[in-house]
Design a protein around this ligand. Sequence first.
Ligand code: FES
Length: 329
Amino acid sequence: MNAPDLSSLAAPTTTRNMRVRTIRYEAQNVLSFELVDPDGEALPTFEAGAHVDVHVFGQVRSYSLAGDPKDSHRWWLGVLKETQGTGGSKAMHEQVRVGAILKVGAVRNNFSLDRQAQHTILLAGGIGITPLKAMAHALARSGSSFELHYCARSPLHAAFLEELKAIVPVESLHLHFDHGDPAQGLDISGLLKQSNQNTHAYFCGPAGFMAACKQATSHWPADHVHSEHFKAPEPEKLHTESDGSFEVHLARSGETIRVEPNQTIVRAIELTGRRVPTSCLSGLCGSCKVTYLDGEVDHRDYILSDEEKNHCLTVCVSRAKSKSLSLDL
Ligand code: FES
């Protein structure tokens, strides 16, 4: 019997063909890619903070849309070549050429701007500038009060610098170059010391930067602090009771499967011949988000809100605290 494909039950999987119109050197190890519709059709507009999955030589990687959200004729990606990565960014840098057609997934957004804020603080570390650049476009366009703090090793490591200078009012753009000495960098805790009922903060960057921003905003109202990881932090807990095996009940098919200690739920489902859409496999993108109906979840992702965690989990990283979970699959 052919196993049913569960992909349509878990997340949208539609892709569109997009042509690489321009590849531009932006900074050391950073290229930007301009993607357009091959037939010149308009693209859907997107909300600042959104990302897309890009299929590149058998791999799927999530990249933030870095351009102007109102520009319906091109999407811009910024891609850092990660020498320690699993090859997705390397393929983008070394194999994708101008004129190539890439399959690109639907736009998703786990990092939306709250437009009720009276003031917005954007903090970018390195390639974390990509979603925040789109936010800068949106906030500047609407004349909103905001400030952008962009931290990089040096101007040569700071992508999109000239464009940012053109978009962001000069008094709102704060560049912080530490030249390899963190003591010369931005005083994140000092900047975020005062929380304000009318101010929201957004941050994206490498693990140390994220940890510093998280720590500095720990006294802020939780719904005023927004972040997006582009790389999973080192796991805080390596061994817990939920690292053991547990059962997963697939409510729609009625089947029950076992997830072994060294397996993810995604992998256990795949071994039955079914497929759940995935991208980052690190709890960062939301591709594998599934509704659960019963059981207690050990959430290990970096994107779901507290409210979403009451009914959803990411099956690429999360596990069960209870003996079994029932999923809406
Ligand atoms: S595949 Fe990205 S969160 Fe699970």
